[in-house]
Design a protein around this ligand. Sequence first.
Ligand code: GLU
Length: 478
Amino acid sequence: MDKKVRVRYAPSPTGYLHIGGARSALFNYLFAKKYDGDFVFRIEDTDIERNIPGAEESQLHDLIWLGIIPDESTEKPNPKYAPYRQTEKLDLYKMYAQKLVEMGYAYECYCSEEELEEMKEEQLSRGIKSFKYNRHCLNLTEEEKQKYIAEGRKPTIRLKMEDNVTFKFHDLVRGDVSFNSSDIGDFVIMKSNGIPTYNFAVVVDDHLMEITHVLRGEEHLSNTPKQLQIYKYFNWEAPQFGHMTIIVNPNGKKLSKRDHDILQFMSQYRDLGYLPEAIFNFLVLLGWTSEDNREIFTKEEAIKAFDPSRLSASPSMFDNKRLLWINSTYIKNLSNEKYFEFILPFIKKVEFCRDFDENTLKNISLIFKNEIQVGQDIVTMLNDIVVKKDTLGEEETSILNSESAKIVIPQFKAKLLNTTEINKDSVKAIFKSIQSEKGIKGKDLYMPIRIKLTGQMHGIEMFNIIDILGKDEVLSRL
Ligand code: GLU
């Protein structure tokens, strides 16, 4: 590569940062960093009615949170390439569209929505399913145009596709791809309100921003020949394209916003206590494999290992279990200090812990460091322990009514009352002495106490439960 690599992530601000968008951004980022290039964040906001407030910020800030840090963006523009929002350079698109018209590669189209609809119907009735503009306005005379204008019609500008030309390119993911221009109708590049369409604006932007490689979702594959036609007319060098495969759910279906057991937006992951490094790592594996099938990568390792030729050409399965495993691995590997910083907002959500001093909170947090998969788990696990259960299950009730329970519970209570230093050893010693004095052991010995304390038969180590509840609370529950 002789030119400096420049890639981009170019979301439309029509929604918050989504898992699929984050993946596109990530692979562009890896590509840029692998080849010492620039990763650009810019906004494609020409679909004005669909833009939503806060989407641009979420797209950018969530990326930064993930560690996918743009070299240039709406907030960090390089004056050479600015502006980074399409709506801020409408005049530029207009000028380029005009050039195409002057060169005879584009033309004004005065057809109304209704007329286009009729055209579609008429084509459908002839069995033509993918609509192709019939070039009604291709050769309008000046007089005809004036007549339309007098009727109050405002023209769009359509690109005139060449007839029967093959657009061939080498896709970074799928290899050689080709399209015949005759399958593509003359498409609108400028709407009648003076706003460019995606396929036109993206070419102007990619060219002016000197983008060398475009890695994007496969839903854009069929747009590529349209874009190549524009490059050809301007005699501009096209970037190299790569179209990433779709993400599928475990049933093999395209990931959809209706997959309720798969979180869709980065902010949801953050709120639940996923670590950005873990999501970064997970996304690296969503459509790419390393040569040695490694699963855990730091960002630097991923950049070093990244090789675009190993981008997967088959759909990538979103495996929730893998994500949870990766997240818990990252949590375990945090230093205790970093872990505490991460977990504090979660542990503070547990009412029982709200007034505890920092040291107590630290101790309690550490109990769960190897137990949780996401930050929010500590809330669930702690509440399981500290929130008293009003009703017990059948099995729990029968254990509490057993003969051994009637002995173990008062014994344990009495012995605990006499213990000043409560720790793992002293609690163990209490159980041991009950065992030797009363001959009760195993489940019969431990379970009544566990159920008395938490109402449940499973959970973390008993000593830890006692530690969290504190002596007074334990005695009162017993
Ligand atoms: N704004 C487009 C999208 O969000 C970008 C497509 C492209 O990368 O060319 O899908």
